[in-house]
Design a protein around this ligand. Structure first.
Ligand code: JFZ
Length: 573
């Protein structure tokens, strides 16, 4: 069962997740003794994310654990960290209690390998953080690596010190992981969620037993989907992953401010405030929580670029937060190049990452719009006019000057719940976009069946007897360039093409090899590359409803992703 498909919820499930759905935006904190090497080991730069240095450099556990004796974060200020989360507009805070390196960043009675017993600092930062979070109204949550533990011979992940053949994961689970989860849920007051991670060895029964343990100790505490095996109260997308189109169910994306979770001296690749706000729009408009990470240094201080960015987001949230908190995903089945849409009660929020200029047209909204309000300047006048043309509803807004070069928000008061045409309509720029979740999937009785994966992209297309089709509506006829878009997936981050497709549209048939004619520069493609392949040009002479079919004539056997179609697009020339 896919966690996110957990739409078959009990009333208890709905009660438990209500605060999290309202929150929409949280702080992740990756902090541990790995902040001491900070990406370097014996003067050598170690590739990859900072908290993985023990594994990437295959540091013997006996050597790595000496770091604890150097860990003395006298600059750590729990109050300042919780206040930073509050000032950023974040409503929950997830901190690494025990990451894959096995070191407990809290007072763990069941292990001496912890911040109180093994470091000169000797204080329990989680006790301080618990008080500070209560003071600022932030829900305290813990990240716990329940499967990988490179300090323990019975956990997964450390094959350079321990023989995998002798591991007894059940022993580890019962004698370290569960006791520590129990400690976290009994020592620090109410906990919002336990963020489990990398379920590599854990069985379904073991994932279920962990979830029962959490709910048994704190019934209101959520369990993240990375507890494994489709268990959990919500789903975790891949790191920094943005889905294609809106998602059903409950999802969260963990994301970095630069490219590492744990602090690295040399990672200065900080995302701009504009990019971070665009990511917030991308995720919230698709119904996905944004869990944005900071990585404190070994001395406990928080890098200034992190602080500056989070404070700037907080300033934006003060003005526009109503479009984020408690909002639900867009009622539209496709995406827009100008930004994203959220909805709450009988309001639509248009979050512009690109200001359209004087006139803005939105198609397919059947509601009457009573009022349009610019959140950054509620006194600004916005002319609203609505017409209908060739059975398509047209909303036109006459816009004021753009108030915020990063993201500006317009709220539309509707005459009822949003009612939107679900057809792929031709937009004012001539484009028509059919994202994967809008297509009809045709699967064979036997063989691998295609499906819409957790990130909204078609997955498991390895069998040529699968095919897809989609209707779309043309309002301005002409010659259209047809493209098929394919994306990397969580399980196959490298984009692969080489598949042979056949496309049938308006009586024309095209055959093409999937190659990257263009790469997407959208935020979602930063960590998961997406390419489009030009299929050909087609003449559509009449306005009206059309259909397009895509078949696979050959699948590249080298590809782990298969024919991972994310969208089909037409652009009028
Ligand atoms: C995991 C950790 O290994 C990492 O150190 C960090 O804590 C991150 C938030 O979570 O990394 C993952 C786990 C799962 C995926 C990617 C990175 N995934 O499923 O794509």
């Amino acid at each position: 069962m896919n966690t996110a498909a957990k739409t078959r919820q009990t009333r208890r499930d709905r009660e438990r997740i209500a605060w999290w759905e309202e929150a929409r935006f949280g702080m992740f904190i990756h902090w541990g003794v790995y902040a001491i090497p900070a990406g370097k080991w014996k003067d050598k730069a170690i590739e990859g994310i900072g908290e993985w240095i023990m594994r990437r450099a295959e540091i013997p556990a006996e050597e790595y654990e000496q770091l604890a004796s150097q860990f003395n974060p006298i600059k750590f200020d729990a109050d300042a960290v919780a206040k930073l989360a509050r000032d950023a507009g974040m409503k929950y805070l997830v901190i690494t209690a025990k990451h894959h390196d096995g070191f407990a960043m809290y007072n763990s009675p069941c292990s001496d390998y912890d911040i109180v017993d093994a470091t000169p600092y000797g204080k329990d930062i989680m006790a301080d953080l618990s008080k500070a979070c209560q003071k600022y109204g932030i829900r305290l949550c813990f990240y716990y690596s329940q499967d990988q533990d490179w300090h323990d011979p019975n956990a997964s992940g450390n094959n350079w010190d321990f023989d995998p053949a002798t591991k007894d994961f059940a022993y580890y689970l019962e004698n370290k992981a569960k006791p520590q989860v129990r400690e976290l849920l009994t020592q620090y007051g109410p906990i919002g969620l336990i963020w489990f991670d990398t379920p590599v060895s854990i069985s379904l029964k073991q994932s279920q037993s962990l979830s029962r343990l959490v709910h048994g100790l704190q019934p209101d505490c959520l369990v993240s989907g990375r507890v494994g095996n489709g268990v959990g109260d919500y789903g975790s997308l891949g790191d920094n992953q943005i889905p294609t189109g809106r998602l059903e169910g409950y999802w969260e994306t963990p994301a970095t401010l630069n490219d590492t979770w744990g602090y690295k001296t040399d990672d200065h690749n900080w995302k701009s405030v504009k990019t971070l706000l665009h990511l917030l729009v991308e995720l919230t408009s698709k119904g996905v929580n944004y869990l944005l990470n900071i990585g404190p240094r070994a001395d406990g201080s928080v890098p200034t670029p992190s602080i500056d960015r989070l404070r700037a987001i907080g300033e934006w949230m003060k003005i526009n937060g109503e479009a984020i908190y408690g909002s639900k995903a867009t009622p539209y089945p496709y995406e827009f190049p100008w930004g994203g849409i959220t909805q709450k009660n009988n309001r639509l929020y248009l979050l512009f990452t690109r200001w359209p200029g004087e006139d803005f047209i939105l198609l397919g909204l059947r509601n009457r719009v009573a009022k349009a309000t610019l959140l950054a300047d509620k006194s600004a006048h916005i002319d609203v006019s609505q017409t209908r043309d060739s059975d398509c509803d047209i909303l036109t807004l006459r816009l004021p000057e753009c108030p915020d070069p990063n993201v500006s928000v317009i709220a539309l008061d509707l005459d009822g719940a949003p009612d939107v045409d679900q057809t792929a309509l031709q937009q004012t720029d001539g484009s028509i976009t059919m994202i994967a979740s809008m297509t009809n999937l045709h699967t064979p009785e036997s063989g691998t069946q295609i499906r819409i994966g957790e990130s909204g992209v078609i997955e498991d297309w390895f069998d040529t007897s699968n095919w897809i089709d989609c209707d779309f509506k043309v309002s301005e006829p002409g010659t259209f360039e047809v493209r098929v878009h394919t994306s990397a997936l969580r399980r196959a981050r490298e984009w692969t093409g080489g598949h042979e497709v056949r496309v049938d549209i308006a009586g024309s048939t095209f055959r093409k090899t999937i190659t990257p004619d263009a790469w997407s520069d959208s935020p979602k493609a930063q960590y998961f590359p997406e390419a489009s392949t030009v299929i050909g040009q087609v003449q559509l002479d009449e306005p009206g409803l059309y259909n397009i079919e895509v078949r696979a004539k050959a699948i590249n056997k080298e590809s782990r992703a298969g024919l991972s179609v994310s969208a089909i697009s037409l652009m009028r020339e």
